[in-house]
Ligand binder design. Structure first.
Ligand code: ADP
Ligand code: MN
Ligand code: MN
Ligand code: MN
Ligand code: MN
Length: 364
């Protein structure tokens, strides 16, 4: 991980003076965001437009220096940005926009980290089944020195057990960031479902969904961008590492993926849920390879069969079982319909990859 210093922190209240300056009528600022060559980090840059767009298709295709983001050679460095999903800008307000983009190489082929193209193809094939997703994004806040936020500098906080969904200055670290991010998501048009403090202190979760098809990946990537921006304002670092504290009795971080089709949501849907789990059980390793950006290597540190996780190597399922690969929520078992929860994806997984393979395995 890069070495960070807090030397760049500025007084954020000063900024308000400038951000309240009006901009010329009919103009707006648009931030183009994209996934870089790591398949894990986001980048962005801004431009002025002399019209107010209503739809991302009205936005110009743009480009950037892909040799600086791990996506191209220096001698042929332009990577194209295709705007695909537009949100209200929660930082600049007004008519300003933030737009999620796909990345394409000079030959107009998707870059390696552009997993949206095949995801969208699969979602289109399964559209008549109306696949819904709800993803639970767990993450950990770090100080700028990369020490867990709020943890004593020379030691550890008290053991786990007091922190999950907790209140109190001795139990929760960084709630301001969580609250700001929640409001930012609602303002901008992201389908955020909720938030909670997690089992490890300084670890948090937000849920996006239910979202149908490709919207799941779009909204989660933009929510990740917003969390980075909000944390930057607070001079705090976010990590999506699935096991940020590697030794000791500390939970890792996941991206639980809740899933249903229209049939599963209808009366008697439990039979379809069980059938889908049967299919998942036969394709375990392919899913594990898609459930982090490094073909399972990151998640291997997390899926150890304890700390509310299942085995990396073996598939398991059960009603209300948080130690299983896939859980059927108790209420769904009782009602005979609903959804299933795939608990395997790593916190740093690409939601386009996760939702694509889920639909491939369960719907096609
Ligand atoms: P957990 O009990 O595992 O912590 P959460 O409440 O954190 O669950 O998250 C559940 C997620 O499942 C939410 O994002 C919610 O929107 C989503 N969800 C609810 N119903 C469905 C459904 N029928 N299909 C897919 N996702 C769903
Ligand atoms: Mn330049
Ligand atoms: Mn949850
Ligand atoms: Mn959780
Ligand atoms: Mn869960």
């Amino acid at each position: 991980m890069p070495v960070m210093t807090s030397g760049a922190a500025t007084d954020k209240t000063m900024l308000d003076r400038y951000m309240s300056l009006p901009i010329p009528e009919g103009k707006c600022q648009v931030t183009y965001c994209w996934i870089d060559g790591t398949g894990e980090m986001l980048r962005s840059k801004s431009r002025t437009l002399d019209f107010i767009p209503n739809n991302p298709s009205e936005l110009p295709i743009w480009n950037y220096d892909g040799s600086s983001t791990g996506q191209a050679e220096g001698s042929n460095s332009d990577v194209y940005l295709y705007p695909i999903r537009m949100y209200r800008d929660p930082f600049r307000l007004g008519n300003n926009k933030i737009v999620l983009c796909e990345t394409y190489k000079h030959n107009k082929k998707p870059t390696t980290s552009n997993k949206r193209v095949t995801c969208l193809e699969v979602m289109n094939k399964a559209a008549d089944q109306h696949p819904w997703f709800g993803m639970e994004q767990e993450y950990t806040l770090l100080d700028v020195d990369e020490h867990p936020f709020g943890w004593p500098k020379n030691g550890y906080p008290g053991p786990q057990g007091r922190y999950h969904c907790a209140v109190g200055a001795d139990k929760v670290f960084g709630r301001d960031i969580v609250e700001a991010h929640y409001r930012v998501c609602l303002y901008s048009g992201i389908n955020i479902a909720g938030t909670n403090a997690e089992t490890m202190p300084a670890q948090w979760e937000y849920q996006i969904g239910p979202c149908e098809g490709i919207d799941m990946g779009d909204d989660l990537w933009m929510a990740r961008y917003f969390l980075e921006r909000v944390s930057e304002d607070f001079n705090v670092v976010v990590t999506l590492d699935p096991k940020p504290i590697r030794s000791g009795n500390w939970n890792g971080a996941g991206l639980h993926a809740n899933f249903s089709t229209e049939g599963m949501r209808n009366p008697g849907g439990l039979a379809l849920i069980e059938e889908a789990i049967e299919r998942l059980s036969k394709n375990h390793l392919a899913h594990i390879r898609a459930y982090d950006p490094n073909e399972g290597k990151d998640n291997e540190r997390r899926l150890i069969g304890s700390h509310e996780t299942s085995s990396y190597h073996d598939f398991s399922s059960g009603i209300a079982n948080r130690g299983a690969s896939v859980r059927i929520p108790r209420t769904c078992a009782d009602e005979g319909k609903g959804y299933l929860e795939d608990r395997r994806p790593s916190s740093n997984a690409d939601p386009y990859m996760v939702t694509e393979i889920m639909v491939r395995t369960m719907c096609l």
